[in-house]
Write a protein that binds this ligand. Structure first.
Ligand code: SF4
Ligand code: SF4
Length: 183
């Protein structure tokens, strides 16, 4: 059957009218900041106190854009007659965000919770070299990392918290002992 003359125009007008009455979805950025979901991948923050320089993140990064330098330091024995230990000391930790593809592998593989996603995304630069963020800048991003979601009320206590509580109780008991002896 041949199309009714003008039906195409009527259809087009119907679409226009429908769209005109819908709520607009245009984000007025940068005048209005977007409401980002909590797990947004904006930039990576480094909590360097947790980093043991194990190099896992740098090795697993598909883009090879994590640069780590370190040196070894000897730690004296904890007890007399004990053995000295050596530990890695971080000299440089940098991420080149001009290469990073925001896959999150580095954060997933870090065994010591030293890397975190921050939703901050406004760090465009006019010089590409400035997109390599050194450890101080990566630390600054840490203050923009949102707090983790609360645990499920029925969830088992994480073993890290249980271990920390045990250590704190032991320390408190050790501190209380001399006070009891004095009194
Ligand atoms: S998010 Fe992916 S590409 Fe970016 S630094 Fe981490 S592992 Fe490398
Ligand atoms: S994987 Fe974690 S602990 Fe290991 S070097 Fe990377 S940030 Fe540091």
């Amino acid at each position: 059957m041949p199309p009714i003359p003008g039906s195409g125009l009527a259809k087009g007008l119907a679409v226009t009218l429908r769209t005109m009455t819908r709520k607009t979805v245009t984000e007025q950025y940068p005048d209005a900041q977007p409401e980002l979901p909590p797990r947004t991948r904006g930039v990576i923050g480094l909590f360097e106190e947790n980093c043991t320089v194990c190099m896992l993140c740098a090795r697993e990064c598909p883009d090879w854009c994590i640069y780590i330098d370190s040196h070894k330091e000897t730690v004296p024995a904890a007890n007399p007659g004990g053995r000295e230990r050596s530990r890695n000391v971080l000299d440089r930790f940098a991420i080149d965000f001009s290469l990073c593809m925001y896959c999150g592998i580095c954060i997933e593989v870090c065994p010591f919770d030293a890397l975190f996603w921050s939703p901050e995304f406004e760090y465009a630069e006019t010089d590409i070299r400035d997109l390599t963020h050194e450890r101080d800048k990566l630390r600054e991003w840490m203050w923009t990392v949102p707090a983790p979601p609360a645990l499920d009320a029925a969830a088992e206590e994480p073993k890290e918290i249980a271990a920390a509580r045990k250590t704190a109780e032991k320390l408190a008991a050790a501190q209380a002992e001399p006070q009891q002896e004095e009194s």
